[in-house]
Design a protein around this ligand. Structure first.
Ligand SMILES: Nc1ncnc2c1ncn2[C@@H]1O[C@H](COP(=O)(O)OP(=O)(O)OP(=O)(O)O)[C@@H](O)[C@H]1O
Ligand SMILES: [Mg+2]
Length: 256
């Protein structure tokens, strides 16, 4: 038994001759906000793909709440409380903002949804609850005025916000955020960052992949650094800032 909420051991993923992920052991504790950083191609997204079930590993195991989830489908992992966002957003362009939220909210169906299908009265109540929840989230994220806009009309930054909204409507225990600030203007980035901080303060365990180092340093309790698929550093922001391996990975060995 491990104390980690998520733990991987000897996790490996290759693409042809290329090793995308090769991690001996890595665990994440409940309630912590951890950033995963590293140069382009370090394996960050692939790591998220593996632990969220979007790709199968070559070898190794992945535990979520002490349960081996190595070959689980993404929907099953999401139902266990671990939900992710994507580097390239996956919002539905032909749906409105509200429809996107309602769809995600009903996607991870559970017992109560099943029961509510049988009983039309509670079905109505379920839909009303979901709508209320969607409204509250949109209000929180300042996108309520866009509820009836088609997702395709949103800016890149607003799509990032919508994707975040979609992920929290299912009340996840664990959120995996893949570059939530990429392509987002500074003002919106600030808003997204405070939202992430707020979710963390509410007790959600957050893993965030992000290239915006300033933001990472500001909000992370822990930073994990990957390079060429492997773990090269792990510590608090101050430790990571001055770590030689990290500086070398970002600047190249010839730079001082
Ligand atoms: N489906 C795939 N087929 C072949 N190679 C892949 C595939 N997915 C990822 N790779 C390769 O695996 C390595 C890790 O990619 P990954 O996308 O995980 O990196 P990353 O750390 O998320 O990079 P970035 O910061 O640019 O998003 C890269 O060399 C990438 O080219
Ligand atoms: Mg990536």
């Amino acid at each position: 038994m491990s104390n980690s909420l998520i733990e991987v051991n000897n996790l490996k993923k290759t693409f042809g001759g290329l090793t995308a992920v090769d991690i001996k052991q890595l665990g994440f504790n409940k309630g912590q906000l951890t950033s995963i950083i590293g140069p382009n191609g370090a394996g960050k997204t692939t790591f998220f793909d593996l632990i969220s079930g979007f790709q199968n590993s070559d070898s190794g195991d992945i535990h979520l709440k002490n349960k081996d989830i190595s070959n689980f489908q993404p929907y099953k992992i999401a139902r266990m409380g671990m939900v992710r966002t994507f580097q390239l957003t996956k919002v539905f362009d032909r749906m409105t903002v509200l429809e996107n939220l309602l769809f995600s909210g009903s996607e991870i169906s559970n017992d109560s949804l099943f029961k509510s299908v049988i009983k039309s009265k509670s079905q109505k109540k379920y839909e009303e609850n979901l709508k209320d929840k969607a409204k509250n989230i949109m209000e929180d994220l300042n996108i309520l005025h866009m509820a009836d806009s088609y997702a395709r009309e949103l800016s890149g930054g607003q799509k990032k916000l919508l994707e975040l909204a979609r992920s929290i409507i299912n009340e996840p225990e664990i959120l995996l955020l893949d570059e939530p600030l990429a392509g987002v203007n500074p003002k919106l980035a600030e808003e997204i960052l405070s939202l992430i901080k707020k979710l963390s303060n509410e007790g959600i365990t957050i893993l965030m992949v992000e290239h915006n180092i300033e933001a990472v340093m500001k909000i992370s309790e822990r930073i994990v650094v990957l390079a060429e698929g492997s773990l090269i550093a792990d510590g608090n922001p101050n430790e990571i800032r001055t770590d030689r391996n990290v500086i070398e990975a970002y600047l190249g060995k010839d730079n001082d």
